[in-house]
Design a protein around this ligand. Structure first.
Ligand code: HEM
Length: 155
């Protein structure tokens, strides 16, 4: 990932936040604020940064003895590609996720709530390593959180 590109993205975002704060006082403030709001995809640093995050995250999961047993037979290159597409699309990016729905993809795996939380913890560790701001971390987790009911089937 280009660190300079990422940093300049966040600086741009800061400028946009300041501008939208000014626009708020105008008569069409709401509309203007909306049009200037960068998508979560852009704020995450687009596909390049999402790919770097997924690489680090999957390596972290592979090293996590609480959950790595579940991935013993997984097709890791495919999983990485699917995760990039899924995060890219869900955050407002131009990708199309072509994988299975979350219920089918995790059927029969008996994934527990604690295992789900362990995986999310690994993701948060990666996002923090990449210095993704807490607002963007929160937005990404609120996209993934609702998937829990389809993924967790174990006790
Ligand atoms: C928000 C949480 C999660 C998301 C977004 C997610 C996403 C995905 C995606 C996109 C796939 C690929 C589907 C496909 O190949 O068509 C997948 C597969 C898989 N996931 Fe998850 N997952 C999550 C949680 C978990 C958890 C908690 C575990 C286990 C502890 C897990 C284990 C697996 C395994 C073993 C596969 C199959 C890989 C393969 O067959 O090659 N996932 N997941």
């Amino acid at each position: 990932m280009s660190v300079m590109r990422q940093i300049s993205g966040w600086v741009m975002m800061g400028i946009m936040v300041v501008m939208s704060g000014c626009a708020e006082t105008g008569s069409s403030g709401g509309a203007m604020q909306k049009s200037m709001q960068a998508s979560l995809y852009d704020r995450l640093g687009k596909k390049e940064a999402i790919t770097a995050v997924v690489d680090d995250f999957v390596a972290r999961v592979a090293a996590d003895s609480r959950i790595n047993g579940k991935f013993a037979n997984a097709n890791i290159p495919r999983l990485k590609q699917m995760l990039v597409d899924q995060v890219c699309e869900a955050s407002g990016g131009p990708c199309k996720y072509t994988g299975r729905d979350m219920k089918s993809a995790h059927a029969g795996m008996a994934i527990t709530s604690s295992q789900f939380d362990a995986l999310v913890g690994d993701l948060v560790a990666t996002l923090s390593k990449f210095k993704v701001p807490s607002r963007e971390q929160g937005e990404l987790l609120s996209v993934l959180g609702p998937m829990k009911k389809d993924i967790v089937t174990g006790m």
